[in-house]
Design a protein around this ligand. Structure first.
Ligand SMILES: *Cc1c(COP(=O)(O)O)cnc(C)c1O
Length: 345
């Protein structure tokens, strides 16, 4: 979901942005209007996350999936080795891609318990260039609630909980996130990277994939995803109006608690994730009898609740309760689940 206020404002500004007679999509990315939009989006995001000095904030394309390759291309620094924490579908993909570029070893894994927890003990190789983890596994619903400490540079795929809570950026070498889960439209990827790590990309890295070249060009080495940046900028303003990330975090905790408390009290629905590692954003759950999945989804849709089907790799259901989902939406889901349990339990 995107905040309704953001969509309404984008609608109002569609044909004429601030009296310019132009839609944002029609602006030159070098013109003063769009340069202003981009600068404001960057300033607001820096402010929201309290990004410390010494970090570059890039607005890129290619999604988090491209970062699976772009991170090793830029951060290996000739070491040829990187470590990865394996916690589910997304980190698995990151590792597979990294293997095209380096010796990628698994520093910790939760595969022994079907990816239902966040491993805290990591074995990193001191000569590896960095250690990568997925700070919120979207499909499995597993979230690291503390930033792990690492003796080598720490890299996080934060796609699905980016801007859902404050983050201590200073503990990371690099954080990346595709915008479309929680922060805006598809087509835009955020990269926050420590400046001293830039400028050592592997030979033959395409220019648009070299963080240093993008940083030097203010993420405009070529035409950036202008409309996605504009919408993300409106989402940042909305977040600031909500009181910033600490305030949105409180709401997210409340929303998640409502759903998990019900799941734990129910003998009909179940969430498999270790309590302390449960995601506040993505809540997978299964029904006691999976042959009722279709009926559950159909009833949900009739009540206006959509996109509850779990990922094909794990089955069951998944409620994604991102920032823009109001608590009333979660209440309505829980009410429906209770009703369903009474009828079929
Ligand atoms: C969705 C997702 C991705 C992939 O994002 P794309 O933008 O589609 O490439 C990667 N990592 C995580 C954690 C995700 O949730």
């Amino acid at each position: 979901m995107l905040p309704a206020e953001v969509l309404a404002r984008a609608g109002d500004e569609m044909l004429d942005w601030h009296g310019t007679g132009m839609c944002v999509m029609e602006m030159s990315h070098r013109g003063k209007e769009f340069m202003g939009i981009a600068a404001e989006a960057e300033a607001d995001l820096r402010d929201l996350l309290s990004i410390p000095p010494g970090y570059k904030l890039l607005f890129l394309q290619g999604g988090a999936t491209l970062q699976f390759a772009q991170v090793p291309m830029n951060l290996l620094h000739g070491k040829g080795k990187a470590d990865y924490v394996l916690t589910g579908e997304w980190s698995k993909k990151a590792i597979k891609e990294a293997k095209n570029y380096c010796d990628a070893a698994v520093a910790a894994s939760s595969e022994d318990r079907k990816f239902t927890y966040a491993p805290k003990q990591w074995k990193v190789r001191p000569d590896a260039a960095y250690v990568h983890f997925c700070s919120n596994e979207t499909i499995g619903g597993v979230e690291f609630h503390e930033v792990p400490s690492a003796s080598i540079p720490l890299v996080a795929d934060a796609s699905s909980h980016f801007l859902s809570r404050p983050m201590d950026v200073s503990k990371f070498a690099l954080i990346y996130a595709g915008a479309q889960k929680n922060a805006g439209p598809a087509g835009l990827t955020f990269v926050i990277v420590r400046e001293d790590l830039l400028g050592k990309a592997e030979k033959r890295t395409p220019s648009v994939m070299d963080y240093k070249l993008q940083a030097d060009a203010d993420s405009m080495l070529n035409t950036p995803p202008t409309y996605s940046m504009y919408i993300a900028g409106l989402v940042f303003k909305w977040l600031k109006q909500q009181g910033g990330l600490s305030s949105i975090e409180r709401k997210n905790i409340e929303k998640a608690k409502l759903l998990y408390d019900y799941l734990d009290s129910s003998a009909f629905f179940k969430n498999p994730v270790a309590r302390e590692d449960r995601s506040r954003m993505n809540v997978p759950f299964t029904l006691k009898d999976s042959s009722l999945d279709g009926a559950f989804l159909k009833g949900a849709e009739e009540r206006g609740m959509v996109q509850l089907k779990g990922h094909r790799s794990v089955g069951g259901m998944r409620a994604s309760i991102y920032n823009a989902m109001p608590i009333e939406g979660v209440r309505r889901l829980v009410e429906y689940m209770k009703e369903f349990e009474q009828r079929h339990g």
